[in-house]
Design a protein around this ligand. Sequence first.
Ligand code: FRU
Length: 753
Amino acid sequence: MRVVLRAVWWHCSGDRGGLGAAVMTCCVRAWWLVSALLAVSWWICGNGVATAAWSDDLLVADFEGETYGEWLATGGAFGTGPARGALPGQMSVEGFAGRGLVNSFCGGDDATGTLTSPAFRIERGYLSFLIGGGRSERLSLQLLVDGRVVRSATGSNDVPGGSEHLVAESFDLTEFKGRMAVLRVLDEAAGSWGHINVDQIVQTDIRPRGYLTDVERSLQARTRYLQIPVRNGAAKRLVTVLVDGEVVVRNEIELADGAADWWAPLDISGWRDRTVTLRVDRLHEDSAALQNVGESDELRDAAELYAEPLRGQFHFSPRRGWNNDPNGCVYYNGEYHLFFQHNPYGWSWGNMHWGHAVSRDLVHWEELGDVLQPDELGPMFSGSAVVDWKNTSGFGEGGRPPLVLIYTAAGSPTVQCLAWSTDGRKFKKYSGNPVLGQVTGGNRDPKVFWHAGTQQWVMVLYVEQQGRHTVHFFTSANLREWKLASVSEGDAGGGRYLFECPDFFELAVSGDVLRRKWVLLGASGEYGVGGFDGVGFQPEQQRLAGQGGRGFYAAQSFSDVPDGRRILIGWWQTETRGMPFNQSMTIPLELGLRETSEGARLTFAPVRELSSLRGGVRSLGMQELRPGQRNPLEGMEAELADVELEFEPVGARSVVLTVRDVVVEYDVLKQELVVAGHRAAAPLQSGRQRLRVLCDRTGVEVFGSGGLCYVPLPVNVNSQNRRLYLESRGGTAVVHSVEVYELRSAWQRGGER
Ligand code: FRU
């Protein structure tokens, strides 16, 4: 009855008319409600239904008062009475009933304590309540019967980034009916999410709808894919895939209980006619997630594939899900193989698999399925690939040299493992994994290469050691057994320049093949230059700035490229909200090492194969560019633009090339490029500057100073603006040439080559 009266009061106070009108409205509404309730009770009794939920529920506590009343608080966490929502320093607390709730954040996450109810009789079949806060055994709402904890619940807190939203949960009390019980809210947790929220505790006979555990759906595998509904930001559920009852893989998925943002394909083609079961650890009874899982031979929304508004048109990105680092870059059997850190079932990082794509020209990529999925050794972190020409590993078959993947399994311990293939399509994990045990928990990202000088394999491995960032060098005769050869300090020169994903390779200096130097590269693009004797790196210079942009990370060079080019590709952090995929790769870059007055420096250039996408060209010859003059690029519009510009600044303070809405300014005084506000050193070369600007839907890559300056920059370019604009400011510049190419999309139908 209490609930009903509160509803009447709410209606009255919500009326914004005059007092008379309000009183009148209230009376009419109250009269109407009372008659309606009488009619309902009559109908219920007359029809033999035993009880009506609203009148029969027993309120245990709603925490609407100023104090906890007869409940007893100990410790500091619960304060002296219910909170009115969030406490100072807490995220916004939502989902509680009325104005007050139990919130053990009094004094912050570190405060602890208990809050215990007076004894009460269990008179109904269920106890329903709202609960939130941290997820831990040390944070719980407990039901005690005869002094023993017989039921316990904690916050679900399963949304990425954490949530202060209380959700409805319940205990089944049937077996304790008639017994006396006590409730205790316990906060024994300190640190992040060390608090609990509870509200609206009610005894009821109507079983509250709530969460179920280990919910399953099984089907016969008849199609290529199961389509899993994903809602970005929803609670992460642990989804186990079983085939004929055997566990195959587990992933954490933000399952859509209702409408999905996108559909993640789970490839089941390898299990045709077998029983595939999806088991979800925790699912609300009202969730439609499992019923909504679809079966199909094509990707859902396949018609849009590669034509999505934020799909880079000449940069690789995965069909679905998230990518980070490029992995296993290698040329094998006439194809470039690009593996990558892939979350096939999420828009953000997680569930690390190795995705796989192949290309014959570094421009047109075909994505194949994932080749490594998480196993009992952990998720599949970054690593590299080599062609084992001499079959030192013994994985070769029928005279075919194996393609060997070397990766980190990031479980506990975190170890290095092998997988191989002899056709570049099917991969097997080595049964003797791991091949290298844990050095420290922070060891990962093995990059392996064949060192011709000492006729052995060398692995460079990132190892975080007591807060120091190091690269460990290991050597091996057969890829299966490794021994430590040396350790390089990644903090040399100040800062952690060799942090994660090291790469190590030799380059000719200024094209002189007799003068070669080794480059040790860290994930952010900083590098050292020096010598290598098969044991350790002898740096001449360390911590040199590499790429000058933003959102470029964990680049890796291709192994076994037949013409000897050193080709690097980086993770390009292009954020594509609203798309069923996220992130991408940079253009493959040809690296060089140029002698400068300060020593040898890396140079970057887009691989020459990119030119195959060039359509028609519009160009300008030599001319003076005066401040305030008419835009010489008027009418030269392009969506996917590849622009080359060479100029001498002469008297100009700056020369500005605007490609669509991205401003690329050359600051003559500072000899710096300013790309969309981001600065990078770009020295003039013999008084001239030559720029190349590549503009895709998700960002620009700018090359200057003969490749010494490379500025990758993710930015979602305004799709409406295709204009190009060139101007000089503060004085006249001489433009030697401008060429504007429109590029074709690299994605042909369905991404097939
Ligand atoms: C770099 C990195 C690697 C790790 C991988 C996991 O981005 O942190 O060190 O192997 O990502 O996805």
